[in-house]
Design a binder for this molecule. Sequence first.
Ligand SMILES: [Zn+2]
Length: 236
Amino acid sequence: MFEKPSRFVDRVFLHCSASDNPSHDNVATIKRWHTDPKPQGRGWSDTGYHYFIRKNGILENGRPLSRTPAAQAGHNTGTIAICLHGLDEDKFTESQFATLKNLCVEINDSYDGTLTFHGHREVASKACPVFDYKAVLKLDQFGRLGLDGTVAQPLFEVDDKTPDSLPTIRRGDRGPAVALLQRLLMIKDDGIFGPKTDAEVRSFQTSKGLVRDGICGPMTWAAVLNNDRIVHASDE
Ligand SMILES: [Zn+2]
């Protein structure tokens, strides 16, 4: 969940990573680009952005919110910086936009609608971000958010996506880890571990030769996280 930093914030800036390379689709890569010594990297102390949104909609944390970003030269003070992975405007995903909307609604609500949302391009001669952020966020001419919270999907953040750091979850559980599991299994990510999720987990476990118990613990998490292609059973 979003928590207001103690420093003053009145603007949120949006960026894109300027890459469609899947191997760059994670905040760890961006961090390397920003913190590696020059000339390979920028030589900064941390990732320039506060948030990174992957193609699959997963939200990753970059620089702590307590710190001013390094993202919009000359316009960093008083801002929060969000980056979506992508370069080709047609290759941004609905999952990314859902996560972005969600995050922006949370931020906006935290500030009682007093802050505004902008593209990097508004303060730099860059085509960043390349997607139509004003349409996605329904911004007015001042950059005020035109979304309400009711369409937002559950927000989940992934700081440390390793099997041992994720909680063991089973039928009846709910929350961000459930939503993450559902997204990785390509099923509706409502964050509620119900019968459908239970059935999908069992089916997945069988397909991977795991104990078919419907419980997602370290071994099942490891298999889900390493699985790059879910084979769908027909559910029609
Ligand atoms: Zn930018």
